[in-house]
Design a protein around this ligand. Structure first.
Ligand code: GLN
Length: 542
């Protein structure tokens, strides 16, 4: 007997290929359900064997998204937060590695009392426990669960099996399976092909999961027709009007509107039997935001001085924060990618011609550092609005110490262990750390701002909380010297006595932050520092 309950589960499973925007579909659905007044959360199940993405190379996995509680997570968690404007927790993320680790730990403790440990039921039970645990203390009306990768992946099998069991146990009327697929357009044949979707659905059905809804990714100028819908419905065993389209768009924030216009959210709440919902409260906001995004009054160009320039996913949250802050300032934010390794070699500052702002993002390791320090110097000397994030802030301090305080050997001990002026140094709590996973200063810490600062002007309050991911910090031994020469320390963590924000007086807008403001910028709630950085860039340009 399926349970009688009000808790509803929506599973989002991908087919055909990865990178189709499955996470955006999950996040958009979250946005639409919240807009109707529902309490909703989204979780990600990642079938890879790493415990979390914290130790993965950004080239392989994109950026690591850090939550308030310090969890290092997949960048899809960033999309979820940006769309539903809620702060998620470690309960919203899991991986095969985490699941196996926990089960094997219990086995070693003897908790299974001599049982033979198997994928079914031990691993699948642990996956189900984790899926349900997100709703334990919060009482969400709906939990959306996205599985990473695509149906048919070997490592994903236990997750699909656990979901199959859950749908049965929780009741089919309480669950929906959404399958996201691709409808490729084959130009030689001049038509869109449904076969990959058919095969993907066959694979799903072979493991006992029948999709209720298909969301098909289409390419520009090749849209889902009624004829195609009918064909997909017939071959994939779904109802005609349960086939939806997710087209190529200029910005991902269009997807909730596109789905809304097709009646996607209505279909889902009807199928789940959810009644008494409010009128949508957030559709107009998004509609207006998209209009501004498409025809803004202003345009600014920001130089992004990083080393992972060929993989934009490594800086996903910053790029999204540019979209949010651009819309708030009625401006298009164009990004000019400046390769700091190249800058370090050729010292060609022509790259900064016609630039309205310089951003140095976070990062690790020595490669490209001298280029970043030079870019900081250029911003300081030429009065160009500057935002330094984490490593970017550390570069600003090193540059200031070298060129203004005459400590020419200044460096971070991350790059030169024996520097005579370690203005950036390892936190004492980090000195004995050996393991690399989940050992940095991670997650939410408080920061107290000084009045009369750009930071205070932006936030409009004294106490703020921001997310961190670093091992090194400003060395307090140099604070006096730096301040004497005009570097303002405008944000501190009082409890740990750490510098959180530095600024330069008599500059258009120069702010370096030890934390990551981009992780807290959302489409309905832009981060104040990004908003003011872009506004300073607009002023600088005019
Ligand atoms: N590598 C620096 C540190 O560990 C900066 C880290 C970052 O930018 N996230 O402190």
């Amino acid at each position: 007997m399926p349970k009688k309950n009000n808790k509803k589960n929506i599973f989002v499973l991908g087919g055909v290929i990865s990178g189709l925007g499955k996470g955006i579909v999950a996040a958009s659905l979250g946005y639409l359900l919240k807009s109707m007044g529902m309490k909703v959360t989204i979780q990600k199940l990642d079938p890879y064997l790493n415990i979390d993405p914290g130790t993965m190379n950004p080239y392989q996995h994109g950026e690591v998204f850090v939550l308030d509680d310090g969890s290092e997570t997949d960048l899809d968690l960033g999309h979820y937060e940006r769309f539903i404007d809620e702060s998620l927790t470690h309960n919203n993320t899991t991986s095969s590695g985490r699941v196996y680790w926990d089960v094997l730990e219990r086995e070693r403790r003897g908790d299974y009392l001599g049982d033979t440990i198997q994928v079914i039921p031990h691993i699948t039970n642990e996956i189900k426990r984790r899926i349900k645990s997100v709703n334990k203390s919060n009482k969400f009306d709906v939990v959306i669960t996205e599985v990473g990768g695509t149906v048919g992946d070997i490592e994903g099998q236990p997750f699909y099996e656990a979901i199959r069991q859950m749908v049965l146990e929780e009741g089919r009327s309480n669950s929906i399976v959404i399958h996201t697929t691709l409808l490729p357009f084959i130009s030689a044949a001049g038509e869109m092909k449904t076969k990959p979707t058919q095969h993907s659905v066959m694979t799903l059905r072979a493991i006992g999961l029948a999709p209720d809804i298909l969301v098909c990714r289409t390419q520009q100028n090749h849209h889902l027709t009624n004829k195609l819908k009918k064909k997909l419905a017939l071959f994939c065993n779904v109802e005609n009007d349960n086939v939806f389209e997710s087209p190529d768009v200029d910005t991902i924030y269009e997807i909730p509107l596109m789905l809304f216009n097709q009646g996607f959210d209505k279909k889902i709440v009807d199928k789940l039997g959810i009644k008494n919902l409010k009128q949508h409260s957030q559709i107009n906001y998004l509609d207006k935001a998209i209009k501004t995004y498409k025809s803004p009054k202003n345009k600014v160009t920001i130089a992004m001085c990083g080393k992972y320039n060929s993989l934009h996913d490594a800086y996903k949250s910053i790029l999204e924060a540019f979209i949010h802050s651009g819309i708030k300032n009625d401006a298009k934010v164009e990004v000019k990618w400046v390769d700091t390794e190249k800058l370090e070699k050729d010292m060609d500052f022509k790259v900064f011609e016609n630039i309205d702002g310089i951003l140095i993002p976070g990062g690790f390791g020595y490669r490209g550092i001298e280029g970043k320090i030079k870019a900081t110097q250029y911003a300081r000397e030429n009065n160009i609005p500057f935002l330094g994030i984490c490593l970017g802030m550390q570069c600003a301090v090193i540059e200031f110490a070298r060129n203004v305080c005459n400590l020419s050997e200044s460096n971070s001990t991350e790059f030169d262990k024996n520097t005579s002026s370690p203005v950036i140094d390892l936190m004492p709590s980090q000195k004995k750390v050996i393991d690399k996973g989940a050992t940095m200063r991670l997650g939410k810490y408080s920061c107290t701002l000084s009045k009369k600062s750009n930071a205070f002007e932006a936030y409009g309050k004294i106490n703020v909380n921001e997310r961190h991911r670093h091992r090194y910090e400003v060395n307090n031994r140099y604070k006096k010297q730096l301040v004497k020469k005009g570097l303002s320390i405008t944000g501190v963590n009082k409890k740990l006595d750490l510098v959180e924000i530095v600024e330069i007086k008599d500059h258009n807008w120069f702010v370096g932050v030890q934390f990551h403001p981009e992780l807290k910028s959302r489409i309905v709630n832009v981060h104040p520092l990004f908003k003011d950085f872009i506004s300073a860039a607009i002023k600088f340009k005019s």
